[in-house]
Design a protein. Sequence first.
Length: 550
Amino acid sequence: MVAHDLNQLAFPTLDAAQVDELARCGRASFQRYGDGETLIDVGDRDFQFHVVTRGSIEILDVSGDAPQTITVHGPGGFTGDVSHLTGNPSVIRAVARGETEAWTVSGAALRDLLDQCPTFADIVLQAFIARRQLLRESGSFVGLRVIGSRYSRDTFRIRDFLARNRVLFTWLDLEVDPDVARLLERFGVGAADTPVVACAHRLLLRNPTNLELAGAIGLRKELEQKVFDLAIVGAGPAGLAAAVYGASEGLSTLLLDRTAAGGQAGTSMRIENYLGFPTGITGSELADRAALQANRFGAQLSIPSSVAGLSFEARYPVLTLEGGETIVARCLLIATGAQYRRLDVEDCERFEGCGVYYAATPNEARMCQGADVVVVGGGNSAGQAAVFLSGQARKVYHVIRGDDLYKSMSSYLARRVEQTENIELLRDTEVTSMHGGTHIAAVGVRNRRTGEEQRLEIAALFSFIGAVPRTDWLPHDVATDSRGFVLTGPANVKAASLGPAPRDPFLLETSRRGVFAAGDVRSGSVKRVASAVGEGSMAIQFVHEYLKEA
């Protein structure tokens, strides 16, 4: 989308009829504001949605060294972005300029308004999405500052957590950024204290855990409700689809994930075979829009929330979170997906986060500019990573153990890998060693057919091999196959237990009645985004069928 079109979507002007519609179908109140009055400030939650009728409202970025004007809303313009629906804190400041009058709607009432007025909803939702995209792509919006070394595992962890949760931030590299010394002095810390996270002129945290960081920036909200119709563990495509359909069909729905919405698919830089997106879509965009949909329909998202265990009280699943908090649900959907397996090579774990990565996004690619990198794996994720990195790195070595890239990769993607000039495909090859100090510097590889060995000087290795299910938190009575993937359906498990009468499990039901599984974590599932979305959506039908029994 060109910048002009994006600006038109982001900052539309409502006509008199549309403003009247707002006044009729929303719980709107008419307000007057004096010149210079702050309507929204950075960090505010549950702030008002304003539609200007007279005067203007200036939107400011105050996260940098000096306030910068983002836009000015005149009559017919309206404030807000996706934070209205996600419940996350505001990232901007809104100030009345001149004597200003506006219709205002509370954050809670805005969701109802969007449901009641479809035409108005289309305009507002498109604007909200476009505004956040403009901020992200502007290059001038600072957001949070993360100051730390490119060779620090903790710096990468913080950057990765913020990026995957679509938090706006700027990374200042301790090694190369000219502003680092000045900022560290301003915040009263030294290089040894990094990584640090700051907002505007205030130091927030020194080397925080993900949970501490989420709490400090308002990403994670305390759950007021402790009992739900449906709890979903895992916010990948399957979990997000289930949250959208469950919440839209009236189920009180909770979605939990230990890291971020999107799962593995959320780290893909280009999904080209997903129905309805002929030009492709990034996994991050897909996850962002799905999470917005789930929020719009009233699902509660709690991220990061790590589930430590599952037990049962009578027929109800009870989730125990890290820290001891418990959640009770009438139904449970397991959608925790699978993670890539670690290479069985000495020092692989030592280099994780400082040269060895399991996703290829701009977060990792920034450290590969003009350098050589290695991608390991023969599936679609590896192919997508190799193609993306070829636009950043000088050369990409694509290592596969077999001799045929087409065996496990979509043909369109395999052809693209083969036709990209700076990708060298190393068939019948495996990684045998890793070398470096604070950061990976080289790997040894061996051809399994000829025995030939070579050393590759690289800046990073990206691993996309195998799949290990995230099921270590499940009790033994949720049956799994020999590899740990959850068994579902009448062909795989015995009659579902703890019901009023024995019956065959539903298609996606596990060995525990009322507990379902969908997506990559499920034994026998097709490891594709579309399949995961389909299973997550389909699971809601079985949830309804189960609840009729209860």
